[in-house]
Every structure is written in structure tokens, then in C-alpha cells.
Write a new protein. Structure first.
Lengths: 169, 252
């Protein structure tokens, strides 16, 4: 195996796997996703190595593979649409009452993939909207749209949790 | 705490779910090796099929000839007439192949491009011999397969484009080239065909890369310096660094 590829993999693989876990929410899916992409990257290694930031290049490959990765994904996940909730009144941010991260983690898995990818890139990788737009191959406006819908959906969930009879404090 | 902070904290709190990078890297290495060997197996299967067809053709010829000869017992003794049929003496090289079937390879590259070519596979199937090498030329990974098989004529078809006839070391040869693939056949003797098969492995930008490293020139040079009287042990799945022909391999 190419030495440059080996060095890259040894240096970056852990971070790429963490990123993939954030995207997929699942250890095994993350492993499969990164493995698929790294093998593909090996076949294109000259191009990857020539990029200004090979890690960003591979991260983009992972993101796009995740977004187009329908078959295996759909076997293990059922998406829940939050769109119906978005027509209601603006809801105040009551999330402070809910800090159970596992619960948030579970709710993130219900977001559409594009929305989750935007949240991961924005709040885990700390990219700007313009940078996220490059990764996703869309406009910054679209990125903001995905982000606001994702956050609104999560807020709706939190609010529903808080206002459920007998559960609110 | 606002929702954005919760989301950010949630991601960080679940980093521990990530698989171990070292384990995944091992899996990746294994998969890359498997894919390479799978490709060699396909090449061997193709060679085996060619040999099988050639063997059938030879058998048909022999049967046709035998019908014109006096009857011969299975032990080789003549059962009638004074004339004892004599089969043509095999060449020393083909004799060596038969007596060491599965144990030795007689063909090998006298030269390979790149500074440290690595032999990644050797194999034989139905008399066909195959040796596969990994090497790097100008930063591009090449996979070179050198083969030898019993076949009377050069192939006429190959999926790698249109054939071009040429001579390699005064011997008739034919080559095909398309994108990142190159394939050449040359006839070292009347009954055998040697092949040099090169594929660009490390870059998907096929055409540009294949042209950039000059596959045709490399392939012809490998073919010019093929050796046919080697006596190398067959090492299935070998992966040692080699200096073809016992000499230092030269950088292109």
C-alpha cells in the first residue's frame, strides 16, 4: 500500500471515524462508510494527495457517500418527518430543561440525512455555512435552510417532551 | 442551555462510539489485498480458459494424426508394423515446466520499472504461469502481470481496444492499450505466448495517468527483457521485494 496513503490513514482515520459516527449515529455503519470511502480514496490517491487538504477532501467523500448511501442505511433506519410540526406557532427554546444527551442523540437520528450532516459539520466540525456548502455541493442558503429546519425540529421535540401531560415540571 | 450547545455537546459526548482506527485500517489493508488477488485470480482464470481451448485444439490435432499411424499400445509399444511412432521432443524449457508443474516458474521479468518493484503473487494454472508485481513510477502505482502460456498464435481480440502488431526483440508481438490499461503478447517460441499486462492502480484519472507514465513504452521494455529459462520456486501469495532476474531493478 502506498506509503503516503498509509501515513494519511494512520494519522486521520480516527478523526474520520468519529466524524462518520456523528453522521450515521451508528458504530458499524460508520466503520462500513469509512472503509468504503478509504478504499475508493486509495484508487484515487494521487488526486487525494494533491488536494490542498487531503483530510477535508476525504471528509467530503465521506459526507457525499453518506448522503447517497441509501440501501444499507434504509435497512437499519426509519426516518421520521418533523415537517408537520413546523407549521405551528414559534416555540421558545425550552431545551435547557433537557440535557440528556442520549435522548438528543436518538432524536438526531430521526433527522433527514442532509439536515443531520449540516448539524454535524456546523456543530461538530465547526465549519462555516460557506464551507459546508462546498462539502455538500449546494448553496450557503440551502445550508442555512437545512440547519434551521433541523434545529426547529429538535426544538419541537423538546417542547413536546416538556408539555406532555404529567411529565413537565 | 441553548439547543445549538446541546447538539454540540451531544456530538462530543458520543465520540467514544467511533471504532478503533487501527482495527479499521487493518480491515482496509486486507480488503485492498483481497481485491488485488481477486484480480489476479480473474487473470489466471482467463489464462486457464485460453490454455484449455488450446489444449483441446492440440488434442484434436493429435487424434487426427494418430488415426494415420500404426496402432500403439498404451504402454507405448507398437502393436503392429515395424514403424514405431516417435513424438516430437519437447523443448528443454517446456520439459522443465512439465516436470516441475506447480513448483517452479520459468518466466520472469528481467526488468521492471520503478525503484522497488514488489512481487505480490505467483501462480500457475493449467500450465499457464503468472507473476504479479506492484511498483511505482513517478508516484503512480502500477500493477504488472507477466504471464506465459501454451498457445500457438497471438490473440486476436482483447477488450482493451484495437490491436497493434509490432516486433519485440525480433519476435512477433501484438499490443492493446486503452486508458489506464495496457496489454502485450509476444511469441517466444512457436508454441507459447508471453504476456505483459499493466494497470494503473493508484489513480482513477485513468487516461491522463496512463499516458503520463507511458504505459506502452514500459510494457514494451518489460516484454523485451522477459526471461524464459528461470527456475524460480512457486510462492503462492508471496509478497517479498524482488530484484527481477537477480539484478537490481532499474528506475525508469
Amino acid at each position: 500500500v502506498d506509503e503516503g496513503y498509509e501515513r494519511f490513514a494512520e494519522r486521520e482515520l480516527d478523526a474520520l471515524l468519529r466524524y462518520a459516527v456523528m453522521l450515521t449515529g451508528d458504530r458499524e455503519l460508520a466503520r462500513d462508510l469509512v472503509q468504503d470511502v478509504m478504499i475508493k480514496a486509495y484508487g484515487q490517491w494521487r488526486r487525494v494527495a494533491a488536494a490542498d487538504h487531503p483530510r477535508l477532501y476525504v471528509r467530503t467523500m465521506i459526507t457525499r457517500a453518506y448522503l447517497s448511501w441509501r440501501r444499507r442505511w434504509s435497512v437499519r433506519h426509519v426516518f421520521v418527518s418533523f415537517d408537520d410540526h413546523l407549521d405551528g406557532n414559534p416555540i421558545a427554546d425550552h431545551a435547557a430543561a433537557i440535557v440528556d444527551r442520549d435522548d438528543v442523540w436518538r432524536r438526531l437520528s430521526g433527522l433527514p440525512k442532509q439536515q443531520r450532516a449540516v448539524l454535524v459539520l456546523r456543530y461538530y466540525e465547526h465549519l462555516t455555512d460557506d464551507e459546508i456548502a462546498v462539502v455538500l455541493g449546494c448553496s450557503a442558503g440551502t445550508v442555512r435552510g437545512y440547519a434551521s429546519r433541523a434545529l426547529a425540529a429538535l426544538r419541537v421535540e423538546f417542547t413536546a417532551e416538556l408539555t406532555r401531560p404529567g411529565e413537565s415540571s | 442551555m441553548i439547543i445549538e450547545d446541546i447538539v454540540s455537546d451531544t456530538f462530543v459526548a458520543h465520540e467514544h462510539l467511533a471504532p478503533d482506527g487501527a482495527v479499521v485500517l487493518d480491515d482496509i489493508r486486507r480488503e485492498l489485498t483481497t481485491r488485488r488477488r481477486r484480480r489476479v485470480s480473474r487473470s489466471l482464470a482467463a489464462l486457464g480458459a485460453s490454455c484449455a481451448v488450446a489444449a483441446l485444439a492440440v488434442a484434436a490435432d493429435v487424434n487426427r494424426d494418430v488415426r494415420h499411424l500404426p496402432a500403439v499400445a498404451h504402454d507405448g509399444a507398437s502393436t503392429g508394423g515395424a514403424v514405431s511412432p516417435t513424438s516430437p521432443s519437447p523443448s528443454p524449457t517446456s520439459s522443465a515446466i512439465r516436470s516441475h508443474r506447480g513448483l517452479y516458474l520459468t518466466v520472469g521479468p528481467g526488468w521492471l520499472p520503478g525503484s522497488r518493484p514488489r512481487e505480490v503473487v505467483t501462480d500457475r494454472l493449467n500450465g499457464a504461469q503468472l507473476r504479479g508485481y506492484d511498483t511505482y513510477v513517478n508516484g503512480v502505482e502500477l500493477y504488472i502481470l507477466v504471464g506465459l502460456r501454451d498457445q500457438a498464435a497471438l490473440s486476436t481480440h482483447n477488450k482493451r481496444g484495437e490491436p497493434m502488431d509490432l516486433r519485440i526483440g525480433g519476435r512477433p508481438a501484438r499490443e492493446w492499450s486503452v486508458d489506464r490499461f495496457y496489454y502485450l503478447e509476444v511469441k517466444p517460441s512457436s508454441a507459447r505466448v508471453a504476456s505483459v499486462d499493466i494497470e494503473v492502480m493508484s489513480d482513477g484519472d485513468a487516461g491522463r495517468t496512463g499516458t503520463a507514465v507511458g504505459l506502452s513504452e514500459l510494457g514494451r521494455q518489460v516484454a523485451r527483457q522477459l526471461e524464459f529459462n528461470r527456475h524460480d520456486p512457486l510462492l503462492p501469495g508471496s509478497g517479498s521485494t524482488v530484484s527481477p532476474g537477480g539484478t537490481d531493478s532499474r528506475s525508469s
